[in-house]
Design a protein around this ligand. Structure first.
Ligand SMILES: [Zn+2]
Ligand SMILES: [Zn+2]
Length: 216
């Protein structure tokens, strides 16, 4: 399993990165991205800490670790610039916290994210067909989320992705013990979003592509 969206206590998760990684290893993950919430106030510090811990653990764990960041509730006109900064500071996978139905995310966030140099638009909520087309053109993955609240729009996101050809990934958005995937919960989330098994397999391939790109 690959999971490209997780949190630690460097933002609002409960676990220290080392425990999150240890639990992912135990769950049989092949790759994990640590993507704490960042805005202008904490981005440099959080990304650098994440890069540091991923480097320290890289040689001693069985899974591939990818330092990342989730740009969260940043005003849309400021998103593109912060994406460039977090990449400079070492983030290898960059997410934007999309217009989930579960939070009052600023309108225009999906659009601004899709014109920035990101890898994944996290939980994009009731994304428009025009935005999904933009994701396809730019090769940005739309995210199906296993997280409560965000997951309410999974069926819609999957429909928009298959209608337009935009790539999809499936992530946990883990914040706590028990949020990581098991093989069973991965399939439940994928099939529950209305995907067929072959469609679900394309999500694994897309996640793998992001990890390979990040490790280059
Ligand atoms: Zn969070
Ligand atoms: Zn998140």
């Amino acid at each position: 399993m690959i999971d490209l969206h997780t949190h630690t206590f460097h933002s609002d998760g409960t676990l220290i990165p080392s425990e999150l990684v240890r639990r992912a290893e135990e769950a049989g993950y092949e790759a994990l991205a640590i993507t704490d919430h960042v805005d202008a106030s904490n981005a440099k510090d959080v990304v650098q800490r994440t890069v540091e811990v991923c480097a320290a653990l890289a040689d001693v764990v069985k899974l591939r670790l990818v330092p990342g960041a989730e740009i969260t509730h940043v005003p849309p006109p400021q998103i593109a610039e912060l994406v460039e900064r977090v990449r400079e500071w070492g983030a290898r996978v960059v997410l934007v916290h999309g217009e989930t139905v579960a939070e009052p995310v600023a309108k225009g966030t999906n659009k601004a994210a899709l014109t920035s140099r990101i890898d994944i638009l996290a939980h994009p909520g009731l994304i428009s067909e025009e935005e999904a087309n933009l994701a396809r053109e730019r090769g940005i993955c739309l995210e199906l989320s296993a997280r409560k609240g965000h997951c309410l729009a999974n069926g819609h996101v999957a429909k928009m992705a298959f209608q337009t050809g935009a790539p999809l990934v499936l992530d946990t958005d883990a914040h706590d013990v028990g949020d990581l995937f098991s093989p069973n919960s991965w399939w439940q989330a994928a099939l529950g979003a209305g995907l067929t098994r072959p469609e679900a397999e394309t999500l694994r391939a897309n996640a793998k592509t992001i990890v390979s790109r990040a490790m280059r």
